[in-house]
Design a protein around this ligand. Structure first.
Ligand code: ADP
Ligand code: MG
Length: 336
């Protein structure tokens, strides 16, 4: 009788072990979530210590982000500021604002979130094939400039009520940082977060190695292609790429960039096709990638060489061929 009880107990234990094995195994496997956000796609791969799928939390965080910084959400804080409504900013807005200011200073005004009226007038101009006149650009420039606004006690003050903000070249990177923080808070230490090409990677990939990411080959193709110019091996870093090859306009046989030089008021026109920045935060990498597209190859390279916390990889055209150049610290990321 007693031995039967033991056998039953042993069988129950074996059953329990079998029951536990799959749970333990699933806790060890990476989870991938993807979907649409911020007018583009996101992909998140992570190893959660308890195998918990965080998709709902991730999407909720992204939607909350849009309530602050999306110009496509008419009820967002940034949209209200653009309509000159009285609005108290939140911490997301304040962090973005201060970082945008820092990158404007670092890049000599090449990056500037007050570029919005210029982006609008050129965007409209390309669509209607009615380019803005030099006089129109001159008059808009009188209210473009990051020194013409201030943030104090969560209120944005404008010198000129016509000044408007566009966080399009910094928000995606910031959103990547926010999701990376969410994963860290939830105990994940191995992950890759990517939104529209801007990314943060931490720890190891599912093969137990540093993460491998590709820099796209610049091609005159508005649709994403899988042609990779260079594979990088990075970890515990953020990366962002800005390129004039996917978003541009053609008029009278000439190609115009969607990146505007806020100092001249005109779309940038030089041979730099794509700028990839590796930095500690994706928000900084994102903004600096756009700044570099404004600066051009020589000044962009100088900017990266003068700041030890960032590195850059630039693809430019030289006649009919593509050439690349990178800052000295970038060598370590190139996958041989
Ligand atoms: P992508 O959307 O391909 O990542 P960017 O990060 O370079 O490209 O962001 C491009 C957007 O940034 C433009 O659509 C425009 O809204 C805005 N923008 C254009 N020029 C500037 C600039 N000099 N400084 C800040 N934002 C800019
Ligand atoms: Mg950018």
């Amino acid at each position: 009788m007693k031995s039967r009880k033991y056998i039953a107990l042993i069988l129950a234990l074996i059953a329990l072990v079998f029951f536990l094995i799959p749970t333990k195994k699933s806790a060890k496997s990476y989870i991938t979530n993807d979907g649409k956000i911020h007018g583009t796609y996101y992909h998140v791969t992570y190893l959660h210590p308890d195998g918990v799928d965080l998709k709902d939390e991730i999407e909720a965080e992204m939607r909350c982000f849009e309530k602050s910084l999306s110009v496509f959400d008419t009820a967002s804080i940034i949209s209200k500021i653009n309509r000159n409504e009285v609005v108290i900013t939140d911490s997301l807005f304040d962090v973005m604002y201060n970082e945008a200011f820092a990158v404007s200073e670092l890049s000599g005004g090449a990056f500037d979130i007050t570029v919005a009226p210029l982006v609008n007038v050129w965007g409209f101009g390309f669509r209607s094939s009615q380019f803005p006149s030099d006089e129109q650009i001159d008059s808009i420039l009188s209210f473009v400039g990051y020194q013409k606004i201030t943030l104090s006690n969560h209120i944005v003050y404008k010198d000129d009520a016509r000044t408007m903000l566009d966080a399009g070249a910094i928000a995606k990177g910031f959103s990547v940082d926010i999701i990376a923080q969410l994963l860290s808070r939830n105990g994940c230490s191995d992950f890759l977060v990517e939104i529209g090409g801007e990314l943060v990677c931490k720890g190891k990939n599912p093969k137990g190695l540093s993460w491998s990411v590709g820099i796209s080959k610049p091609e005159d193709n508005p649709l994403p292609t899988n042609d990779v110019q260079q594979v990088l091996q990075i970890t515990d870093m953020a990366m962002a790429t800005s390129g004039n090859y996917r978003q541009f306009y053609y008029r009278d046989g000439k190609k115009y960039s969607h990146t505007i030089d806020p100092r001249t008021g005109y779309p940038v026109d030089h041979n730099l096709l794509s700028a990839t920045i590796v930095a500690r935060s994706c928000m900084r990498a994102d903004a600096l990638a756009t700044a570099c597209m404004v600066l051009g190859v020589k000044d962009a390279l100088n900017l990266c060489e003068n700041d030890t916390s960032i590195d850059g990889y630039f693809i430019y055209s030289d006649g009919d061929s593509l050439k690349t150049i990178f800052s000295s610290g970038f060598e370590q990321y190139l996958k041989k």
